[in-house]
Ligand binder design. Structure first.
Ligand code: FES
Length: 376
């Protein structure tokens, strides 16, 4: 068939798709039955009212249930649940509270707010002043029609319920540790296991073998990762493990995070030893914190020729031949140096704790005593 043989169609009458229009409106049960509306209203209030109760239960669980208590649910030899009772109940009460708020809001919108279809003709996406004014007017009309004002109690209950669920989040902040007052900081983040010295002998031990390190064991250019002997104990030449004051579990991990050190040996003639630190080293053997002062990565990439220690995280570079000053990278503070000496048998021991806090900065940290290039 050529183009000329095709029938001519009238676009207004031929093959016109009928406009389906708006479907017939179906009344909701709450529209036709006033009692059902009131029952739905009561149910929504009950859901929101249960939220503060769940919050109180949540707080009771937090304070009353011991952290190590477990919950076991077993049936016919099959284990369904084995979990921390506190975590399980905290999750259950908090989750139920949030769920009830969600259900109440959805139910409110579905069965109580005004329900009528609106047909709106398409128009240009750009809106002029007049359209905006109309939109605001319609929005306000929508607010009025949604019965928010008439059912004002729901709005109040919703505000109260949402407000109370924030409470457990605030209370559980207590798990982040004690309030960091100055006195508390001095006993926690600003103190390491080396603080036991010199009243008690704290040996520097290899952090893998736990054997104490003798000054004569180290060669020039060598780096050893070490820790204090009061962390995991120490192992003598016969292989006996002395662990009278060793720490375990979380306490041990936290202590190690602050007390991990690197010990390096350099030729004393090649390095700068300031007057104030002249008795902090043993014949060119120096100990530094292993924790980067930028954001706390453990460091041990050692360039023995340049005496630089490089952090793998963001490339901060510290000069261990110059009291740990930063020579490159984002770290703002020198690497803290640990004052060391030797005991009668020639083993390396701590003279005291670090003189400045180890690790990254924090808001209240006092940086006045940090070593700066050129200090004496
Ligand atoms: S943590 Fe060391 S450079 Fe960022």
């Amino acid at each position: 068939m050529s183009n000329d043989d095709r029938p001519v169609l009238d676009p207004t009458t031929d093959h016109v798709v009928p406009n389906p229009g708006v479907e017939e409106h179906i009344e909701r049960f709450t529209d036709v039955d006033k009692g059902a509306g009131n029952r739905a209203y009561a149910a929504i209030l009950a859901m929101l009212g249960a939220v503060p109760v769940l919050v109180i239960l949540n707080l009771i669980v937090y304070f009353a249930i011991r952290r190590h208590t477990t919950i076991n649910i077993e049936f016919a030899g099959v284990k369904f649940l084995h979990a921390s009772a506190q975590n399980f109940l905290l999750g259950l009460t908090a989750g139920l509270g949030v769920l009830l708020i969600g259900l109440a809001v959805v139910q409110w919108a579905r069965v109580l707010m005004d329900d009528h279809e609106i047909v709106e003709e398409r128009h240009s996406a750009a809106s002029d002043e007049e359209t905006r004014a109309i939109a605001i007017e319609k929005f306000q009309a929508g607010v009025a029609e949604s019965n928010v004002k008439r059912r004002g109690l729901i709005l109040g209950a919703l505000g109260g319920a949402v407000g109370t669920v924030a409470l457990p989040a605030v209370v559980t902040l207590a798990d982040m540790g004690p309030w960091p007052t100055k006195a508390m900081r001095k006993e926690t983040i600003e103190k390491t296991l080396f603080a036991a010295a010199p009243e008690k002998e704290v040996l520097l031990v290899n952090d893998e073998t736990w054997r104490p390190i003798k000054a004569t064991d180290l060669e020039i250019g060598q780096l050893v990762n070490a820790e204090p002997s009061n962390l995991h104990g120490w192992v003598d030449d016969e292989g006996h493990h002395h662990h009278e004051d060793a720490l375990e579990g979380v306490e041990g991990h936290q202590a190690k995070a602050k007390a991990a050190i690197v010990i390096v040996r350099m030729d004393p003639n090649d390095i700068k030893i300031p007057e104030s630190r002249k008795d902090w080293h043993v014949s060119g053997i120096l100990a530094y914190s292993k924790i980067c002062t930028h954001v706390g990565c453990p460091i041990s990439l050692w360039e023995r020729q340049t005496h630089h220690l490089l952090c793998p995280c963001h490339q901060s570079t510290f000069d261990l031949g110059n009291s740990g000053v930063v020579v490159f990278g984002p770290a703002a503070r020198s690497l803290p140096q640990l004052p060391i000496t030797v005991n009668d048998e020639g083993y390396l021991v701590a003279r005291s704790d670090f003189t400045v806090p180890v690790g990254p900065s924090y808001f209240e940290r006092d940086s006045r005593n940090d070593y700066k290039d050129g200090d004496q």
